[in-house]
Design a protein around this ligand. Structure first.
Ligand code: ZN
Length: 261
């Protein structure tokens, strides 16, 4: 598994995106300053952690990738499918918009999102040099967030799906993501019988495969290359924050991404 470390922080990256020069990382929970249950690289103030810890952790993650914290563009994650454009970094005068996907054409912008089991989706189009990042839990996935992300890159920047490289990062895997019947019903409502292939038995109930559901959407949208990390956040809580495995008492690790300069 491709990981890098610096100053006590460790982050996962995708080798194909890395080879294309896309600066990115999905950080493990290690190397931050927050105490339990957020130990230690928690980057969300919504968890109850102290804002100064969150700020220090964010600055450490940005520094590890060689990016200035002032280049960030983040959103208020709401489990929907809205995609926003980030033409420039978000200033402190600009409150975060409610959205679960961000796209940019500007190499001075660092896309930032926070995760604990939801799936980070990165999409890069090397000819148009445009980048997108999405936060896909079951609600966003059922509503087609991966499809929306590809459409937004095509519409805003004339990017071609066939040239895109999409990466599905660490997330809760189908070995752990037990869901109720309402989840499968929501998927079938949007995707019909196809959705059945994204569920598998887990004990007496069903489990959802977020990677499979989003990979299907990306292929459907015509994306040329879809890469799946296969790393389950609930399998290893020494390495990842897992909302499910830790019953909600946990932090959020950051995913960062920026275009080649
Ligand atoms: Zn697992």
């Amino acid at each position: 598994m491709p990981f890098r470390s610096d100053n006590g922080l460790t982050w996962w990256y995708d080798e194909a995106l890395d080879a294309l020069g896309v600066l990115h990382g999905v950080f493990t929970r290690q190397g931050g300053v927050s105490p339990a249950p957020w130990a230690s690289l928690n980057t969300s103030i919504t968890t109850g952690d102290a804002p100064e810890n969150v700020r220090e952790n964010l600055e450490r993650a940005f520094r590890a990738l060689g990016r200035d914290f002032a280049t960030r563009y983040d959103t208020w994650l709401v489990h929907g499918t809205r995609v926003v454009l980030a033409p420039a970094p978000r200033t402190h005068r600009m409150p975060p918009l409610q959205a679960d996907a961000i796209i940019t054409h500007n190499p001075r912008v660092t896309l930032l999102m926070r995760f604990a089991d939801c799936l980070p989706i990165l999409v890069y189009e090397p000819k148009r040099r445009v980048l997108g990042l999405a936060h896909a839990g079951w609600r966003s996935t059922a509503q087609g967030i991966a499809l929306r992300l590809v459409e937004a890159l095509a519409q805003a920047y004339n990017a071609r799906p066939r040239r895109m490289v999409a990466v599905l990062g660490p997330a809760i895997g189908p070995d752990h993501y037990e869901v109720g019947p309402e989840v499968e019903a929501a998927f079938q409502h949007h995707f019909g019988e196809t959705a059945k292939t994204w569920f598998r038995p887990l004990g007496q109930r069903q489990a959802l495969d977020l990677w499979a559901a989003n990979a299907w959407q990306l292929h459907r949208a015509g994306v040329g290359q879809v890469r799946i990390s296969g790393i389950c956040t609930a399998c290893d809580t020494t390495r990842w924050f897992s909302h499910r495995a830790e019953q909600g008492r946990t932090g959020r690790f950051p995913a960062l991404a920026a275009l080649p300069e």
